[in-house]
Design a protein around this ligand. Sequence first.
Ligand code: NAP
Length: 239
Amino acid sequence: MKNIIITGATSGIGRELAIQYAAKGNKVGLIGRRTKRLEELKAEIGELAYIRTLDVTDHERAEVVYLELIDEMGGMDMMVLNAGIGRIQMLPPWGAESKLIEVNALAFAHGCHFAFDYFRENGGGQIVGMSSMASLLAHHRATAYTASKHFISNYMTGYRQKAKRVDANIVITEVRAGYIWTEMTENARGMFWVAPVEKAVQQMVKGIDRKKNCIYATKRWRLMAWVAKCVPEWVWNRI
Ligand SMILES: NC(=O)c1ccc[n+]([C@@H]2O[C@H](COP(=O)([O-])OP(=O)(O)OC[C@H]3O[C@@H](n4cnc5c(N)ncnc54)[C@H](OP(=O)(O)O)[C@@H]3O)[C@@H](O)[C@H]2O)c1
């Protein structure tokens, strides 16, 4: 049985990860801003769920909340950094763009740094980061989003190297998710290979439990990653 903290657990992928991990007998510490959603999820999961309302961009409070949860759960074996926002807009105002970067990149990095320090001091653990196929590309209508996911992927690669260099028993797992039906994608257009969240999360859980470095969810997106690497930039610039 593991103790797992999941950020962004009030909907979509994070919520489903909480349900599937708790169904396997793991304790889950659940974080999000919407308290009512957290309470409903706690009622659904039962005593294996521990909840805290938190905006992950409030780093000072986040450290207090993470430590409180860890204390309540009796330790932490895995931290899933999943909280994120998406925005598709050709000319977003700076406020929206900076907010996205603050949540997807800065708060992600803060969570990763916190978990790394905790695991280094407490015998090891696993950090899971919710990146995206978007990390592999730039897109004029989702510029901050694709860049934020590229940041996550690159940051995790560096932390994997760091864990080896400082001889820390820390597994760093990056999830490159393709399109999945969630609140984030409910109004999006032009999607393909869209997976139900249950199926995508089942595949994530399998890969996470195997301590993989990188997981494609669903699996077929590995093919698209290969295509993304082969297609020259001038072709992408026309899409
Ligand atoms: N769905 C896809 O196709 C897809 C594909 C690739 C990657 N992803 C990534 O998967 C992750 C989860 O997305 P999703 O599709 O499950 O979307 P979602 O249903 O909209 O879930 C997003 C989660 O992030 C939380 N969150 C957002 N801002 C937060 C903040 N400041 N503090 C704390 N929690 C915050 C939300 O909780 P509150 O609003 O309650 O705070 C919610 O629980 C994201 O990182 C997303 O980029 C999704």
